[in-house]
Write a protein that binds this ligand. Structure first.
Ligand code: ADP
Ligand code: MG
Length: 396
């Protein structure tokens, strides 16, 4: 059960409610090219509007250097939000200055005001108490619905909670509950699929999953460090030498815990990582010295699909290969399709690139849950504390 108070546990009628959302969306030529994160915030925003709150939205976007930078303005997101909500969204070019305070002053019940990118202020990332106090001064209640940002202790995720009653939004609650119950009480067999580029990024995640999963499938760039740990030569494939020893410990842990660890048995290899690469398929012990493994091979895919199809719980993070390029996308496509086809399993997908892969193959609607938080979902799975979540009021 979700241990924090949520927006449903407080009276918001007529109140000024500061909602931290994660509108860190991809932009191209000033237009939002993926509105998933905006859509994800709609249930909380609609709830607040319907319950007569004065809704003040705060978010970050990109990595401006602590000062205003037009390319990271949230203004384009305002339009998208207004369209999705079907109502007016006010925007102010300010976050905690007199203009922002005046704009809030003018708000009536059910209105929405979006503040400019909170990272235009150096106090945000520094979690500066004075900046957090100014932000809090705009509102009566604080709601955190920014799952993608809860692993960061910034002014708008942690600092602000010192000054206001602070509760979770619906997205945050759902993310934490879904990932939490997947680990705490999964239906078995629980198959975890890990890939992506580096083993160093995901070490804590692998370690945690070995405590919960029945089968652990490892593909992507990270599998080569594992293979080196087993004494396999992998040519010029991605290897992190300083992680070979820790990888050996992982292999031991899998054996001790009785987790069925599946590593690739063949690869798509090429000399270069390019769109028109010449590729060959080789067994895992036959990777030529001048080539690199850039996708898992067909025998591997069949092996992985066998486990995936009989799973009752599936967690997938990390592409099986360099799915961004056509010659190396098949492994990821096949695995994603197998996950989507298993209707009897609860399937949870996390990680920015994994979700991008799911979208590329148009399978997003066919899985149970797609996490909106890349880094945050990994932190949650590995059991690290999420400062933005911890800071919220506990349910009595
Ligand atoms: P996520 O964002 O889903 O957590 P990661 O960021 O860990 O995933 O990894 C994604 C990246 O891993 C992709 O850009 C992909 O190209 C890369 N990748 C996958 N397999 C390989 C490989 N064999 N060699 C190099 N890079 C790989
Ligand atoms: Mg990534």
């Amino acid at each position: 059960m979700f241990a924090k108070k949520t927006v449903r546990d407080v009276d918001v009628q007529g109140k000024r409610v500061l909602v931290r959302v994660d509108f860190n969306v991809p932009l191209s030529d000033g237009a939002v090219i993926d509105d998933t994160r905006v859509r994800a915030a709609l249930p909380t925003l609609r709830y607040l509007v319907d319950h007569g709150a004065r809704v003040i939205i705060v978010s970050h976007l990109g990595r401006p250097q602590g000062k205003p930078d037009p390319q990271f303005s949230l203004r384009p997101v305002r339009r998208v939000l207004a369209r999705l909500l079907g109502r007016n969204v006010h925007f102010i070019d300010d976050t905690v200055g007199p203009d922002a305070y005046e704009a809030v002053e003018r708000m009536v019940e059910g209105e929405i005001l979006m503040l400019e990118n909170v990272r235009f202020n150096p106090g945000e990332k520094a979690n500066d108490p004075e900046f957090a106090r100014r932000l809090a001064g705009l509102a009566d209640i604080y709601v955190n619905d920014a799952f993608g940002a809860v692993h960061r202790a910034h002014a708008s995720t942690v600092g602000v909670t010192e000054y206001l009653p602070s509760v979770a939004g619906m997205l945050l609650a759902r993310e934490v509950e879904t990932l939490g119950s997947m680990l705490a009480d999964p239906e078995h067999p629980f198959v975890a699929i890990l890939g992506g580029s580096k083993v160093s990024d995901k070490f804590g995640v692998i370690d945690a999953l070995l405590d919960h999963a029945d089968t652990l499938i490892i593909g992507g760039g990270m599998c080569f460090t594992m293979l080196v740990a087993m004494g396999v030569e992998v040519g010029r494939s991605l290897v992190e030498p300083e992680w070979v020893e820790p990888a050996k410990k992982m292999l031991d842990k899998a054996r001790d815990k009785g987790v069925d660890l599946l590593l690739p048995v063949d690869f798509v290899v090429a000399e270069c990582m390019v769109e028109d690469a010449e590729t060959t398929i080789v067994g895992r012990a036959e990777i030529p010295a001048d080539m690199m493994g850039l996708d898992v091979g067909p025998t591997t895919t069949e092996l992985f699909k066998g486990s995936i199809s009989s799973a009752r719980t599936i967690f997938w993070n990390g592409p099986m290969g360099v799915f961004e390029m056509t010659p190396f996308e098949t492994g990821t496509r096949e695995v994603a399709t197998a996950v989507a086809r298993n209707n009897r399993a609860v399937s949870v997908i996390g990680g920015g690139d994994s979700v991008a892969a799911l979208k590329k193959f148009d399978l997003e609607e066919r899985v149970t849950f797609v996490s909106t938080g890349g880094g945050a979902s990994m932190k949650l799975v590995e059991g690290s504390e999420l400062p933005g979540l911890e800071a919220l009021a506990d349910r009595e």
